[in-house]
Ligand binder design. Structure first.
Ligand SMILES: CC(=O)N[C@H]1[C@@H](OP(=O)(O)OP(=O)(O)OC[C@H]2O[C@@H](n3ccc(=O)[nH]c3=O)[C@H](O)[C@@H]2O)O[C@H](CO)[C@@H](O)[C@@H]1O[C@H](C)C(=O)N[C@@H](C)C(=O)N[C@H](CCC(=O)O)C(=O)O
Ligand SMILES: Nc1ncnc2c1ncn2[C@@H]1O[C@H](COP(=O)(O)OP(=O)(O)OP(=O)(O)O)[C@@H](O)[C@H]1O
Ligand SMILES: N[C@H](CCC[C@H](N)C(=O)O)C(=O)O
Ligand SMILES: [Mg+2]
Length: 487
């Protein structure tokens, strides 16, 4: 229970209709979750406007409502507080409700198109290995010092986020490593949080359905660095075209990592094999279990962040060398007939190119690369033809299939992908809507030594069709298909 006027601390409001002299039992932004004593925050969404539910919320027992437009008349005893931006207000109120948990531990955020989960998970695993209690907020799962809390978003909503951070504080965590998605920045999910550091991985094509232009997508990511406080670190990728822009207006201490350009933290790739990476990190040669040059960036970002947080270099490298990162990222299996299967979460054109170019770089001879790939429904349509083209350019055979069609017709999504396949590549593609059949076909076509890449679903355990999440696991399907291969 919290006092309303305490929850309004730090919040600039333009008008108060009521006394703010009331106890609040919960903060909600969905009228359907209002219970007597709730504070309801009316947020304008992409589908509906939360303001349409203010009166219903008041009738259901909300004792106060935060809104951008007052209802114009009183509704029972309910207080109404007018703010400029209720999504931003929700962030601040949620941090106040949980007594500012982000100030009681060191919170580090990772943003960028690809590599957030990998980097945040490696940091979490590293700090646990170094003996710290810590938390993780990620696409795959949230963790409170080893206790798994299922995740619904890459970055949770402000109430869930602060509740999780508070639980981490209660459990004695010293650190929390979290992913910061562009949706989260633009929807103000992270407003009110105090970060000890921010990491930028890269910026490539994704989410243009939501942000509309690449520039707006860039500005959303940059918004995270703009809000970092003085005293925090802002660590950027010196090799990314937009690496410097990200830090342009930050108050935090600017640092950079990279393989090619001038940077504070440098890495050189000495070996890149299916077994792992041999890297020269700031002068030290170390083997890592992670595969692919893109993981050299992730490992370097993790190393740099740990050093900036005050860890000793050798201890960090020793511990990092043992870690294998997040589930479903370049997950490698060999079948009894020596076909290689890789499950990976590549769901952007850049990630597809990275994973497939890595496979091409490290295969031994002329083994064929067979890629099974789909594109998500209700997501950026413009990436569909590009992902299909990239898959064709880097594979010997491509099976176009489904990946969470959501509310869309899966055959239409595949048609959108087919539009990107050059005439010269058409003979190497097949379209099979059913992902299970697509995986079986890939295994059937593969000869010993060939490499099958299942792209896009990684750790996911479902296929979302019309809002129903049917159980589906690429790794499980791959192992089943491998087990049925006739020797
Ligand atoms: C496009 C998007 O990001 N949508 C998020 C957004 O929903 P929305 O804007 O559509 O909400 P809405 O349905 O229009 O409703 C507006 C408001 O009215 C309220 N409402 C609605 C109905 C009602 O009866 N009463 C009521 O009060 C809603 O609770 C809401 O506050 O706000 C919701 C509450 O926080 C989120 O759950 C929802 O995430 C949806 C499920 C989603 O799929 N989001 C994805 C795209 C996403 O956020 N992904 C990123 C990762 C992307 C990446 O980098 O890979 C993530 O961080 O997970
Ligand atoms: N640093 C990187 N640069 C480019 N591609 C990467 C990088 N790290 C990982 N990838 C590729 O992107 C895929 C997704 O990686 P990861 O899950 O770490 O990214 P993410 O940013 O968390 O994605 P999401 O936006 O869905 O949360 C990986 O499976 C791999 O194919
Ligand atoms: N965070 C990403 C995940 C995409 C994963 C892919 N399997 C898909 O469903 O498109 C998104 O929500 O766009
Ligand atoms: Mg992620």
């Amino acid at each position: 229970m919290r006092y309303l006027s305490d929850l309004l601390e730090g919040l600039a409001f333009t008008e108060l209709q009521g006394s703010a002299d009331v106890d609040i039992t919960s903060v909600v932004f969905d009228s359907r979750k209002v219970v007597p004593g709730s504070l309801f925050v009316a947020v304008r969404g992409t589908v509906v406007d939360g303001h349409d539910y203010m009166e219903q919320a008041a009738k259901d027992g909300a004792v106060a409502v935060i809104c951008e437009d007052l209802p114009g008349h009183t509704v029972g005893e309910t207080d109404f507080i007018m703010v400029q931006n209720s999504a931003a207000a929700l962030g601040i109120i949620a941090t106040n409700f949980y007594d500012n948990p982000s100030q009681k531990l060191k919170l580090v955020g990772v943003t960028g198109t690809n590599g957030k989960t990998t980097t945040a998970t490696l940091l979490y695993q590293l700090y646990r290995d170094l003996g710290y209690k810590c938390g993780l907020l990620s696409t795959v799962e949230n963790q409170i010092n080893g206790k798994i809390v299922p995740s619904t978003h890459t970055t949770p909503d402000p109430v869930a986020l602060n509740e999780l951070l508070n639980e981490m504080v209660v459990q004695g965590c010293d650190y929390c490593f979290m992913e910061v998605s562009s949706h989260a920045v633009s929807q103000h999910r992270i407003d009110g949080l105090t970060f000890a550091g921010g990491i930028f991985s890269n910026l490539t094509h994704d989410h243009l359905d939501y942000h509309k232009t690449f520039d707006a997508y860039l500005k959303a990511k940059k918004g995270f660095f703009d809000m970092l406080p003085k005293g925090a670190f802002a660590l950027t990728n010196a090799d990314d075209k937009n690496g410097n822009v990200m830090l342009q207006n930050t108050k935090a201490t600017k640092k950079a990592y990279g393989l090619k350009n001038m940077a504070d933290f440098k890495v050189k790739i000495l070996e890149n094999q299916f077994g792992g990476l041999l890297l020269n990190v700031d002068g030290d040669e170390v083997w890592f279990k992670m595969v692919g040059s893109f993981n050299a960036y992730n490992l370097l970002a993790v190393y740099a962040a740990a050093v900036l947080l005050g860890q000793e270099k050798q201890a960090v490298l020793t511990s990092l060398s043992k870690l294998s990162g997040a589930e479903g990222r370049f997950d490698y299996t060999i079948a009894p007939n020596k076909v290689i299967g890789i499950v990976d979460y590549a769901h952007t054109p850049d990630a597809v190119q990275n994973v497939l170019s890595t496979v091409k770089d490290i295969r031994k001879g002329t083994e064929k690369v067979i890629t099974v790939i789909g594109c998500g429904g209700d997501r950026d349509k413009t990436k569909r033809p590009v992902m299909a083209k990239t898959a064709c350019d880097w594979s010997d055979k491509v099976i176009l299939t489904s990946d969470n069609p959501r509310s869309e017709d899966p055959t239409q999504i595949i048609r959108d992908m087919e539009a990107g396949v050059d005439p010269s590549n058409q003979r190497k593609t097949i379209s099979i809507t059913d992902r299970r059949e697509a995986i079986k076909t890939a295994v059937h076509l593969a000869q010993p030594g060939d490499i099958i890449v299942l792209a896009g679903k990684g750790h996911e355990k479902y296929q979302d069709i019309n809002g129903v999440k049917n159980h589906f696991d690429d790794k499980e399907e791959l192992l089943n298909a491998f087990a049925n291969v006739q020797m």
